[in-house]
Design a protein around this ligand. Structure first.
Ligand code: 4GS
Length: 222
């Protein structure tokens, strides 16, 4: 899969995408990721990407010209162009699975008050929100999306990492996990986990996952 990101803050992307599973997916050639500076698509001396909103009001708006030029240069017929925005479709595991099927994603990481509406109408296939809160720009949402999508690419997870994902653990919250020591600061690990009875352990974990989901996230059971 190829993912291009258009951003005003390319330096924000150094780090999160150079570690762990995303790093390995890139090294293996499963993910071809390019961070592109939107300012590279300006032509004036000041590399202007934004301007004041028509009609007045606070904040600045991303100008259409650099975005039209950038998307024109980077997108193919098959490219899915996504704008990270709180006004978008809520990002969830189902959307991550859908996007993991695409050949090419072009993520526009919004900034400031917003993006000229003509960009959204003409260039953007979907707006995507990572949740109902306001961030300073769309770089973190883009990285969240890339992380969730990359781990779904075939071959991205090791056997150990992926087998767990197959089970009910995606539809329900995870059961509680414990490791050694069997007693820590007076708190004991549930006896069943030390029993060696794999059928009973599986049953206990299933019950715990269902209990937790009912108590904490009943919406997941709807
Ligand atoms: C989100 C979000 C976001 C909104 C960008 C204010 C700068 C900012 N983008 N999911 N302007 N939540 N974007 O907060 O996607």
């Amino acid at each position: 899969m190829k993912i291009d990101v258009l951003t005003l803050f390319p330096a924000m992307f150094a780090g999160p995408l150079d570690e762990s599973i995303v790093k390995r997916a890139r090294t293996k050639g499963l993910l071809d990721l390019t961070i592109v500076n939107l300012r590279d698509f300006t032509h004036d001396r000041h590399k202007t990407v934004d301007d004041r909103p028509f009609g007045g009001g606070p904040g600045m708006v991303l100008k259409p010209e650099p975005l039209f030029e950038a998307v024109g240069a980077l997108a193919q017929q098959s490219t899915r162009v996504l704008l990270m925005s709180p006004a978008g479709r809520k990002f969830d595991q189902a959307l991550a699975r859908e996007l993991a099927q695409e050949q090419h994603l072009l993520l526009i990481s919004g900034s400031y008050e917003g993006v000229d509406e003509r960009v959204i109408e003409t260039l953007v296939d979907d707006e995507v929100s990572i949740g109902d809160f306001v961030l300073t720009n769309g770089a973190l949402p883009a990285m969240v999306l890339i992380d969730a999508v990359t781990r779904l690419l075939p071959g991205a997870l090791g056997d150990d990492e992926s087998s767990r994902d197959e089970s009910f653990s995606t539809a329900l919250l995870e059961y509680p996990h414990y490791t050694r020591p069997a007693e820590f600061a007076g708190q004991k690990v549930p006896e069943v986990l030390l029993s060696g009875n794999h059928a009973e352990i599986a049953q206990w974990r299933k019950e715990q996952a269902e209990l937790r989901t009912r108590q904490r996230r009943p919406d997941l059971l709807q």
